[in-house]
Every structure is written in C-alpha cells, then in structure tokens.
Design a protein around this ligand. Structure first.
Ligand code: GDP
Length: 458
C-alpha cells in the first residue's frame, strides 16, 4: 500500500534521524524531498503547499531547534502534521461510523460508477453484522443489517448487491427498475422499521462522471432518508480526480465521510492524503481487496506512521514527551543560559527524568540504531540497576554538596559511599561521569545541541 510514497518518505526519515544538526540548508533540502514525495504520490498541489509550509514553520520553531535531537523532533513534526492532514485532528473516533440514531440507522452510499460502491456496501454490511472492531479496539456490537439498491438503471447492479448481501450474510430487500429511487427508499425504510433492523444500507446509482441528474437524484434520496451517515465511495487509483469528484459530491450533499477503495492496487495514495483537506470530511474506511473482508477502518495516525516507515519512533517520542517534565527541562535550559553551572543537583534531576521514561530495554529497542550503540551495549536491566545506584549516591549527598561538588573530599566521599552502600570507587566514577557531562554542557552552551550530540557520538 502506497509503496512509493513510503519508500521516499522513509528515506527522508532515515536521513533525518542521522542528522545531529539541522541547518537552514539541510532543512530546506529535507522539505524539498518531502514536497517531491507528496507531489509524486499525486497529492493535490494546494495540499502539498500548505503541508510543507506548516512543517517548515514548526521546523524552525523552538520545539525542533531547541530539541536534544532536532532531526528526530522534525520527524515528529512531519508525523503529526501528516496525521492531522488525514483527519487525526478530528479525534480518534472521527472515523467511526456513527450509528447512534434511533434504529434503523441509515447509511447512504454515494459515488461514481465503478468506484466500488456495491462492493463496499457488502463489506460494510458484513462488518456491521459481525460487530467488528472499529477504533482502539472498540466494537460496534453485532447489528441486524438490511441492504437495498436504488440503482434503477442497471438491473445488474441490483443483482450484484443481492450476491454480496448473501456473501455478507445480511438481508437483501429486492427492488426493480420499474420503481423510482424514492419509492425504493420509502419501502426500505418502512421494511427496516417494521422488522427492527439496526442498520439500513442504501446503495445508489452511480454515473461515469459527475452529472446534474445524478446529484438531484441522490439529494432527493438524502432528503427522504435523512441518513446519519452519507459515505462517499471513491477509487483511490483516480488520484487527484478522486479528490475533485469528492469535492463535487460534498458540495451537493452533506457527506459524513469517505471510503477510499482499491488502495491495494498500484495507487499512488495521494487521495488518502488530500481528501480531508479538500472536502473537510474524514476518510472512514479503506478498501484493500476485492473480497468482502478487504475493508479496514482508517487510522490517520497509524497511516502516517506507515507512510513514514518509522517503526516505533512515534511511541518513543510520545513516551518521552509524557515522561519528561517540560517545566523542569525549561528550568534547566534557563539556568544554563543564565551562565549558572550544571551541578550535581541538575544531574540528579536528569537521572530522575530518564528513569521516568520507563523500561530501558523497551526504550533501547525503539531508538534508532546509531543512538542505541552510543548508549552502550548495556542490557536494559543493567542500565536500570546502574541508574538506581547512581541515584542512591546522589541522594546520600547534601544539597550543598550537590551544588558545590568541589566540597567532595575523601572523608565526605567515604560517608556518601557508606550511606548509599557502594564502594568509594563508584562514587568517584559517578563524579568523573559528572565532570564529562559538565564538559558537554559547556560545549553545548558554546556550540549548541548539535555539537554535544556529536561529542556523544550520536
Ligand atoms: P460500483 O459501480 O461503485 O458499485 O462498483 P463495484 O462495487 O461494482 O466495484 C467495481 C470493481 O472494483 C469491482 O470489480 C470490484 O471487485 C472492485 N473493487 C471494489 N473495491 C475494491 C478494493 O478495495 N480493492 C480492489 N482490488 N478492488 C475493488
């Protein structure tokens, strides 16, 4: 799915991860790569422009520039902007079908001929009948589903729906070309009410292109049925055209969501990225095969992750953001800026922050390879144990000693070692580690984060 886009963007991500320093020049270069990748994937030009402008603004902002790992922070920005672009800003449940209507909940299917409307109606019917997972593991609960076709122009379309309904194991209400679409809709509504269906899916007639008569017809059906969901089904392989047709439908009809079909094909994927931006409607499902099982709920965030080929970096960034007290971090930055020395109290705070990140082993796995190496070949458990001992040593010092490490002469060191239950050598080792760290902090003040990362071998 969206292989080319993924390949290109994951290359960008890889470069970024290795980038210890973001300059004006390499940031421009990276943004150019992102832009090219999106254009090549057939994302609409205004969408690309807007997207790149947003990422650029953030790339030059404090969040990225002031970060310990600017490259990674920029990856985080690209990821969150991609997620937002695809509707992630609407909240995790925006892509769920809303069925909270007095039953029957009515779902109207719209789209051009060949888009995959009938197939998708069958897929959704099965989905609802089985009460499959939607988002975050939430289940819809099994539904009693009725499907009907209002396509009075193509008898074959009605037969096709009969077939997929049987495959999906849901009830099919026969209709025929002698009836008007409104008549079919009225009958179906009555039938669904009388027999207590939870959901009524109404398949409609498509045309080869957007045309007035079709829009009038589906608008009339919409007025009559008052559906809680009006889903626009569109073939992702149509690229920019798909988005234009979606816009035309959305202007005529209050769509609630979009289903992108044929994402399994050699679709370049642009539609997945443009639909929300152009129509304001979220993609709710994607079709990934001709089979009735080939329907997936659309998760903007996971899609963004997939497109960026970024493994678990996102969870890592999130984990770090949640654990690290932003206020503490800012206090330390302000302190260093003001010319104060990095002392053992700060060192202790930092260790406390790092241990809040949680299990070191799982953390290391999420780190990009070069950082994991720099962090040493320590097994997670060992690292944690060592961290605990270091904190013990620091806790055995008085605040005055931590503020002025030069006070720590032999007798005090012995007291601290005894207090924390470690040999004196270990206290010395910690102090020399601290010296190194202080050296790095000085460099950082002179040459910025990037220099420090290099000093660490990042
Ligand atoms: P309709 O005219 O909009 O009702 O379109 P159909 O449901 O008849 O689908 C048109 C063609 O697209 C059929 O051959 C379907 O099997 C195929 N199709 C629909 N959805 C998908 C999908 O997600 N993946 C693939 N590969 N084919 C699909």
């Amino acid at each position: 799915m969206l292989d080319n886009l993924t390949n290109r963007l994951s290359r960008v991500v890889k470069t970024l991860r290795g980038e210890a320093r973001l300059t004006e020049a390499n940031t421009q270069e990276i943004l150019r790569e992102v832009r090219m990748a999106l254009l090549e994937a057939d994302v609409a030009l205004p969408v690309v422009r807007d997207f790149v402008a947003k990422v650029k603004e953030k790339a030059l902002g404090e969040e990225v520039v002031g970060s310990l790992t600017p490259g990674q922070a920029l990856v985080g920005v690209v990821h969150s902007e991609l997620t937002a672009l695809m509707g992630g800003d609407l909240g995790p449940y925006a892509a769920e079908l809303s069925l909270a209507q007095q039953p029957p909940a009515i779902v109207l299917m719209a789209g051009l001929q060949g888009a995959g409307k009938t197939t998708t109606t069958g897929k959704l019917a099965r989905w609802l009948r089985e009460g499959l997972h939607t988002h975050e593991g939430r289940k819809t609960g099994k539904k009693k589903v009725l499907v009907v076709s209002a396509d009075v122009y193509r008898p074959a379309a009605i037969e096709q729906l009969r077939t997929v309904a049987a495959q999906a194991g849901v009830d099919f209400l026969p209709s025929n070309t002698e009836q008007s679409p409104e008549e079919i809709a009225r009958n179906a509504l009555e039938h669904a009410r009388r027999y207590h269906y939870d959901v009524l899916l109404v398949d409609t007639a498509g045309r080869l292109g957007v045309d007035e008569a079709m829009m009038r017809e589906i608008s009339a059906l919409h007025a009559l049925l008052k559906p809680i969901e009006t889903l626009f089904v569109v073939d992702a392989m149509q690229g920019q055209d798909a988005v234009n047709v979606a816009k035309a439908f959305n202007d005529a009809l209050p769509l609630t969501g979009v289903v992108l079909t044929k994402l399994d094909g050699d679709s370049r994927g642009g539609a997945a990225l443009s639909v929300r931006h152009v129509t304001g409607r979220p993609v709710k499902f994607v079709g990934v095969s001709e089979k009735l099982t080939g329907l997936e709920p659309f998760h903007p965030e996971r899609m963004a992750q997939r497109i960026l080929g970024m493994g678990d970096i996102v969870s890592l960034v999130e984990q770090a953001q949640q654990a690290i007290d932003q206020q503490d971090a800012q206090k330390l930055a302000a302190k260093l800026k003001s010319g104060s020395k990095f002392d053992l109290n700060d060192f202790r705070d930092q260790l406390a922050q790092v241990s809040k990140l949680g299990d070191m082993g799982s953390l290391m796995e999420k780190l990009p390879a070069q950082f994991a190496q720099a962090a040493g070949q320590l097994k997670g458990g060992q690292a944690e144990q060592q961290m605990r001992r270091m904190r013990g040593i620091l806790d055995s010092m008085t605040p005055a000693e931590r503020a002025k490490p030069e006070l720590l002469k032999a007798s005090r060191k012995r007291r601290i070692a005894t207090g924390s239950g470690v040999p004196v050598q270990e206290v010395n080792r910690l102090l020399s580690q601290f010296d190194q760290m202080q050296g790095m902090m000085k460099q950082m003040k002179k040459g910025g984060m990037a220099k420090m990362m290099r000093a660490m071998g990042g």
